[in-house]
Design a protein around this ligand. Structure first.
Ligand SMILES: Cc1cc2nc3c(=O)[nH]c(=O)nc-3n(C[C@H](O)[C@H](O)[C@H](O)COP(=O)(O)OP(=O)(O)OC[C@H]3O[C@@H](n4cnc5c(N)ncnc54)[C@H](O)[C@@H]3O)c2cc1C
Length: 496
């Protein structure tokens, strides 16, 4: 039997960051991860001379992010350098209303230059007045105070955006971006989450990568726990959260028990409450609420290793005016009513870090589309086929340069993150509770009703897009646990 102050279940970005921050605060931490590496859904893996992302992974914002605060707080910035490519590293492929593909190239941080404005007009066929409407939209976002943004937790993003009367192509561009960032319908996304994320994107840029692989930061956080005298075990699944006298007492891993004062779970709020601890330890209304929380969609796609540089940018969204999804369009897709182009997000990690391949000029890319979070969804085959058809049309030479092509979907996401605890959930790309009524002040509390049990990651405790939200939660939960355990060395400020 081992004694630790805190046990963290799972080394995704929520778990790895909270574990490292608590170790930094002087607590004895045990970090337990069921897979072979830290990073969770944004884990980087290594095979036959290539380091590649299991799923796509690029950080937003590029600068001024919670990731920067994390590596600065822990003093590990030199061990995980960040990279934001200069020049036109992003490229849009837009199918216009006349059925013509338009292409434009942009920097990852918009500058508002004359060239960028001219490219927008040519790509989307819009006027100066239309660009004025877009400027008014972003101007309003930048002028709002945090309290005003928080007051929009229960307003849908699409409803708030509608006041600016954006022309269809510009609306498509904004909505496509929001779908990609949050992996939920634009009318179900809270306006507050949209505004914080777009503000971060305007001020901090649209694409950060970590040299050595996106997941490398989580790996260094896990190493940091060990360097501070803690424990980090991989390929170690927590099977049960132990409860004694109405509070958590530790965890069970097979025949080994770890006793702790607090347990922080990155294993998903539903599996944690319903399976690892067990519903009997929580009030009935809490169990009902947790069970009813909605998953974000899943993402399915192809992981490519190519023997040539086929994609000429690091980030490539592919879309038309039919591609972005509100709830009605998403429900239509479930019934088989597909858009002419499914929204495809192409991430090309080797454009950020050419060192990911041992062979110069080889390319690593993930091409991805949306699908339901249900790990048994039969939509995966159709979504992949439609994605592939568009890729073949736009990059016909790609099929002659494939060294490896690996499809993935909700089932693979679940195996790299959380178990299925509620029918229809488990394969969510971002997490649970990402929609109006379940975010901001209505987000599940990271402190659960079971004393000593906390949730970290995208299900509770944070704001932001994807991994940024997970690390935001890591900071906030670290501060909570320090407060509850009476530790004075509270990590840096908590974002309101
Ligand atoms: C295809 C795809 C593309 C994405 N693209 C991006 C992107 O470009 N940028 C971005 O910011 N975000 C992206 N995301 C979203 C992002 O990956 C997630 O929002 C984020 O990683 C979630 O972090 P988390 O800490 O909540 O948990 P997770 O990443 O889910 O980590 C949970 C961890 O807990 C472990 N675990 C679970 N149960 C147990 C147990 N019983 N015992 C031990 N360990 C356990 C898991 O193995 C895992 O390591 C993408 C997601 C997907 C699927």
């Amino acid at each position: 039997m081992d004694d630790y102050d805190v046990c963290v279940i799972g080394a995704g970005f929520g778990g790895a960051s909270v574990a490292a921050l608590l170790a930094h605060a002087g607590l004895k931490v045990a970090l337990l991860e069921k897979t072979a590496r830290a990073g969770g859904k944004t884990q980087t893996t290594e095979r036959k001379g290539y380091r590649f992302e299991m799923f796509g992974a690029v950080g937003i914002p590029a600068y001024n992010s919670r990731f920067h605060e994390l590596v600065d707080t822990l003093g590990i910035a030199e061990r995980c350098p960040f990279v934001v490519p200069e020049g036109d590293a992003a490229s849009i492929r837009y199918l216009n209303g006349d059925g013509q593909w338009r292409v434009c190239y942009n920097p990852l941080i918009a500058t508002g230059s004359e060239k960028e404005m001219a490219d927008m007009k040519a790509t989307f066929g819009v006027s100066d007045d239309d660009l004025g409407a877009l400027a008014a939209f972003y101007g309003a976002i930048l002028s709002l105070q945090d309290e005003e943004i928080d007051a929009l937790d229960d307003t849908g993003a699409y409803a708030w955006m509608s006041q600016f009367n954006l022309p269809a192509p510009l609306e498509s561009q904004v909505c496509m971006n929001l779908n990609t960032l949050f992996v939920v319908a634009v009318d179900r996304l809270p306006a507050s989450e949209m505004i914080y994320a777009l503000r971060d994107q305007v001020l901090g840029g649209a694409g950060r990568y970590h040299i050595g692989g996106y997941g490398h930061v989580a790996e260094v956080c896990a190493e940091y726990v060990v360097e501070q005298g803690g424990l980090y075990l991989t390929k170690t699944r927590v099977q049960e959260i132990l409860v004694e006298d109405g509070r958590v007492a530790g965890v069970r891993l097979g025949d080994r028990t770890i006793r702790t004062r607090a347990v922080i779970s990155n294993a998903g709020i539903q599996p944690t409450v319903l399976q690892l601890a067990g519903a009997a330890h929580f009030p009935e209304d809490y169990v009902a609420r947790v069970t009813a929380l909605e998953p974000s969609w899943a993402i399915c796609g192809f992981r490519y290793v190519l023997d040539k540089r086929v994609f000429d940018a690091a980030l490539i969204p592919v879309f038309s005016d039919e591609s972005w999804l509100d709830e009605a369009r998403y429900q239509g897709m479930l019934r088989g009513e597909w858009p002419n182009v499914p929204l495809i997000a192409i991430d090309v990690p080797s454009e950020f870090d050419p060192g990911l391949s041992d062979i110069e000029g080889h390319q690593l890319a993930n091409c991805q589309v949306f699908m339901p979070a249900d790990t048994g969804s039969e939509l995966v085959d159709e979504a992949l086929a439609r994605c592939e058809a568009v890729i073949d049309e736009l990059w016909p030479e790609l099929k002659d340069h494939i060294i490896r092509k690996e499809p993935y979907g909700a089932k693979q996401i679940s195996s790299m993150s959380r178990d299925v605890a509620v029918p229809g959930a488990g394969g969510e790309a971002v997490g649970i509770a990402q929609v109006v009524g379940q975010c901001g002040k209505s987000k599940p509390d990271a402190r659960t009703p079971l004393a000593g049990l906390y949730i970290v990651g995208c299900d509770a405790g944070g704001r932001g897009a994807g991994t940024h939200q997970a690390v935001d939660s890591g900071f906030n939960v670290a501060a909570m646990v320090c407060e509850d355990l009476g530790v004075s060395a509270v990590p840096r400020e908590v974002r309101a």
